[in-house]
Design a protein around this ligand. Structure first.
Ligand code: G1P
Length: 277
């Protein structure tokens, strides 16, 4: 049982990134030399997934344009690498009719997913190394939905879905409860959901039953909560790095850290050292 399909919701309004996101999607913000959404598609690709559905919405046309095949009159290493990847991928798009929340966006993937388990990667998070690759391994072992988790500092708890769970082996949890963006004092733990999931098509029936939750939106976390009462849902602590590009500080950190590691930006590294000392 392996994962062949990935769904990438990229329909969020990007309110925490305003005014940058007034007229451009947050998924198209540059991180060093590529837009965020390209990192996410590359993560699926490097995890062995070749069929991708991107869920877009109003203001997101640039996301579709980015994955078009066009010939530029110049040679560019970055474009050539992207083209080689696109040769192997099938990327489809569907448009969420109105911004009613992540749960509602995921619902649009039902016909694409069919009866197979699938990977869900939020289009505004970058993980290094590819988190989905690790989640697939856990899914293959437990043959049940599995969600990537991270221990969060206090000030970031109310920005995430938070879980309560029992650690059944090192870093693997059986999840007992889910709460979307609780106040710190009401959070059941400091373990948050980081935008990488392996789900089964059963999730769609749970989403369909939902009433609007936090912020008046249909929340995927609420569907997972109900599902976890009837079926086992696992969590995996991701020990790599993760940047939430829906947040200005995280976006800046991603740019600086990844530029410092990139051999094409040695000059930038030297310049930054001079600024700091
Ligand atoms: C979404 C999910 C939330 C999760 C977060 C990770 O929220 O609803 O549970 O913790 O992504 O980035 P958003 O950041 O889209 O508001």
């Amino acid at each position: 049982m392996t994962i062949k399909k990935a769904v990438i919701p990229a329909a969020g309004l990007g309110t925490r990134m305003l005014p940058i996101t007034k007229a451009q999607p947050k998924e198209m913000l540059p991180v060093v030399d590529k837009p965020v959404i390209q990192y996410v598609v590359e993560e699926a690709y490097h995890s062995g997934i070749k069929e991708i559905l991107i869920i877009t919405g109003r203001n997101k046309r640039a996301v579709e344009d980015h994955f078009d095949r066009i010939i530029f009159p110049v040679k560019d290493e970055g474009i050539e690498r992207l083209e080689r990847m696109l040769d192997e991928l099938s990327i489809l798009f569907v448009r969420q009719k109105e911004p009613k929340g992540l749960g509602d966006a995921v619902k649009y993937a039902k016909p694409f997913v069919g009866d197979e388990p699938f990977a869900l990667l939020l289009g505004d998070n970058i993980t290094i190394p590819p988190c989905i690759k690790e989640l697939v391994k856990v899914f293959e072992k437990y043959k049940a939905p599995v969600i990537a988790l991270e221990k969060l500092p206090k000030e970031r708890i109310s920005l995430h879905g938070i879980i309560k769970g029992e650690e059944i082996e090192d870093g693997i949890y059986r999840i007992e409860d889910f709460v979307e963006k609780p106040k710190v004092e009401e959070a059941p733990s400091d373990i948050g959901i980081i935008g990488r999931y392996i789900l089964t098509p059963e999730i769609f029936a749970y989403i369909e039953e939902l009433k609007p939750g936090r912020n008046g939106e249909i929340q995927l976390t609420d569907a997972l909560k109900v599902m976890s009462m009837e079926k086992t849902v696992y969590g995996m602590i991701f020990n790599g790095r993760r940047y939430d590009i829906g947040d200005k500080t995280e976006w800046l950190k991603a740019n600086i850290e990844l530029a410092l590691e990139n051999k094409n930006f040695q000059e930038f590294k030297k310049w930054l050292k001079g600024k700091i000392t």
